[in-house]
Design a protein around this ligand. Structure first.
Ligand code: GDD
Length: 328
């Protein structure tokens, strides 16, 4: 069993690699999985440094079709987990063309390379709850059939990836399974994302590295959070048990206001802070509430999240406590 992860050096990719290496084929014959991952020459590899002797890295620029074709020809994957993407919504406002080009062309090259080589690996496409964008109260919790009303260039790129997955399945029979994961997190999460950013600020305040002022954006937004380790297990199950051509929500079904994320950290820490809205952290159009319904996926695969998200938040805080320097 050969699995290729695009974006293996990213936050989610590193957890998926760990999962595949540790689990073998839990549902199958127990055989071990050979894990391959694409990297670019400038990729930062600290997320997978602890796995370097157990995964095989292949230099590949997903925006270059010949590079992708060579990679697929060399690796001959049974499964492809397509995680590589520009994943920060805010960056997509600053560089919309780059986000669209990167996310859409990379996937197009993956599909075209598979077609040209006449190989048919099962391919998981990492879509996002951001695709739903604007939702109305009567639509919650959101099912896969909900209209897609994307509110950022990032979300448009993910809608395009999603629909392209459908189209390549219908047009050419490529066994593509689309997942729409809602927010997911854990230690190693990039510090631009809210739950990681707030934890880092708290850890810095605890060590006297910054005044007791937490900078925030929109605290009213609500998101549906799951631990990243539960999500990568879901990605695996999607390829093992999902139906090609289908799309599945992966989520907890519980809404958490961003203000509550901050409250958890402040309770854990006990520090007294002033909360200050920073206008640069506000978005031109933010998604107000995302809470999903993953019944379809749970019934198809037996998946269910196992890690309480409050535990995840505590782990993220401890992760940053161990990393921010001590004031000298
Ligand atoms: N980043 C950030 N920083 N967000 C803030 C802040 C802040 O200081 N304050 C409030 N927020 C709000 C944002 O406005 C948004 O409503 C929410 O916190 C979450 O923002 P992010 O953590 O940046 O994540 P996201 O929901 O936009 O996107 C993430 O989840 C998607 C899945 O739903 C990313 O991981 C995407 O790649 C992913 O697709």
């Amino acid at each position: 069993m050969r699995a290729l992860i695009t974006g293996i050096t990213g936050f989610v990719g590193s957890y998926l690699a760990e999962f595949l290496l540790e689990s073998g084929r839990p549902e199958g014959d127990g055989a071990s999985i050979q894990v391959f991952g694409t990297v670019r020459w400038r990729s930062r590899t600290e997320n997978i440094d602890h796995l370097r002797d157990r995964v095989q890295l292949v230099e590949c620029d997903l925006k270059d079709l010949s590079s992708v074709r060579n990679t697929l020809s060399e690796v001959q994957p049974d499964y492809i987990f397509h995680l590589a993407a520009q994943s920060f919504v805010v960056t997509s406002w600053h560089a919309p063309a780059d986000t669209l080009a990167n996310n859409i062309l990379s996937q197009l090259n993956l599909f075209e390379a598979a077609r040209q080589l006449r190989i048919e690996p099962r391919i998981q496409i990492a879509g996002s709850s951001e695709e739903y964008g604007l939702t109305y109260p009567h639509e919650l919790p959101i099912k896969e059939t909900n209209p897609l009303r994307p509110l950022s260039p990032y979300a448009v790129s993910k809608v395009t990836q999603d629909l392209m997955g459908f189209q390549y399945f219908r047009s050419y029979g490529l066994p593509i399974i689309r997942t729409r994961a809602f927010n997911h997190s854990g230690p190693r999460r990039g510090d631009v994302f809210v739950e990681s950013n707030f934890a880092k600020q708290v850890a810095e305040i605890e060590k006297g590295l910054r005044p007791p002022v937490i900078k925030v954006g929109n605290l009213e937004a609500k998101r549906d959070y799951t631990d990243v380790r539960d999500i990568v297990r879901g990605y695996w199950l999607a390829l093992e048990k999902g139906d090609p051509g289908s799309v599945y929500n992966l989520c907890s079904g519980k809404a958490l206001a961003i203000s509550e994320v901050l409250d958890v950290y402040l309770q854990e820490s006990g520090i007294k802070v002033t909360v200050e809205q920073d206008s640069s952290r506000m978005r031109p159009s933010d998604v107000p509430v995302l809470v999903g319904d993953s019944t379809l996926f749970r019934e198809k695969t037996g998946w269910t999240p196992k890690i309480p998200f409050r535990d995840t938040l505590k782990e993220i805080l401890n992760y940053w406590r161990a990393r921010v320097p001590t004031k000298v």
